[in-house]
Design a protein around this ligand. Structure first.
Ligand SMILES: N[C@@H](CCC(=O)N[C@@H](CS)C(=O)NCC(=O)O)C(=O)O
Length: 219
């Protein structure tokens, strides 16, 4: 039987992407919790370039970067639902939105929650601009993937749970029903869907673990 290991952390949205994809495909795996303040030799040798989680190790061969891993999982385990669409154009579109989330929306959102004053207003504006585009993309759709959870939904996990916790700690209201109705409906649908809800980190535990980094005391 194939040996599948995931080097990750219970609180990392990136490593949970990998776990959710494996669960969706029904692949059994061993989860190895990494201590980010004391990275294991296995992590450093498996991902020598970035030394980051998640890493998927399949029969001894490591693969790093969550988006790359999701595609590998989809191509390797053909049973179960497709993560990326079949059609080449739809696949390209899904990859486009996944990169948009990680490269455009996420850095602006995190910056808005970490800085203050003018810098914060600028980052918040940029994050909201990305959210408007994503909200529009969800118009008339249940999930980014259509009727079922797919690549972009899995990558967007960070919006549906982490983003809410982080902005609460930072005392910023960004994703509201008034401004982003489609996105809020998607978040609700997504976190309550059967393939996701039982695998979400405990919200209180997550809040505690992110408190020291994001809570603002000088508001
Ligand atoms: N682009 C990477 C990001 C992964 C990432 O940022 N991992 C964080 C934990 S959430 C990490 O390992 N940080 C350790 C470090 O930066 O030293 C991916 O998609 O896998």
């Amino acid at each position: 039987m194939a040996e599948v290991k995931v080097l990750g952390s219970w609180r990392s949205a990136f490593s949970l992407r990998v776990e959710w994809a494996l669960k969706l495909k029904g692949v059994e795996y061993e989860f190895i919790e990494e201590d980010m303040s004391n990275k294991s030799a296995l992590l450093v040798e498996s991902n020598p370039v970035h030394k980051k989680i998640p890493v998927l190790i399949h029969n001894g061969k490591p693969i790093a970067e969550s988006l790359v891993i999701l595609e590998y999982i989809d191509e390797t385990w053909e049973n179960g639902p497709l993560i990326l669409p079949k059609d080449p154009y739809d696949r390209a579109v899904a990859r486009f939105w996944a990169r948009f989330l990680d490269e455009k929306w996420l850095p602006a959102y995190l910056t808005a929650c970490l800085v203050s004053g003018e810098e914060q207003a600028k980052a918040k504006g940029e994050a909201e601009e990305s959210l408007r585009i994503l909200d529009n993309e969800l118009q008339g759709k249940k999930f980014f993937g259509g009727d079922f959870i797919g690549f972009v939904d899995i990558v967007g996990n960070i919006m549906a749970n982490w983003a809410v916790v982080i902005s609460e700690l930072a005392g910023l209201e960004i994703i509201t029903k008034e401004k982003f109705p489609n996105l809020c409906r998607w978040m609700d649908e997504y976190v309550h869907s059967s393939s996701v809800k039982e695998h979400l980190p405990d919200p209180e535990k997550l809040t505690e673990s992110l408190r020291s980094r994001f809570q603002r005391t000088n508001k």
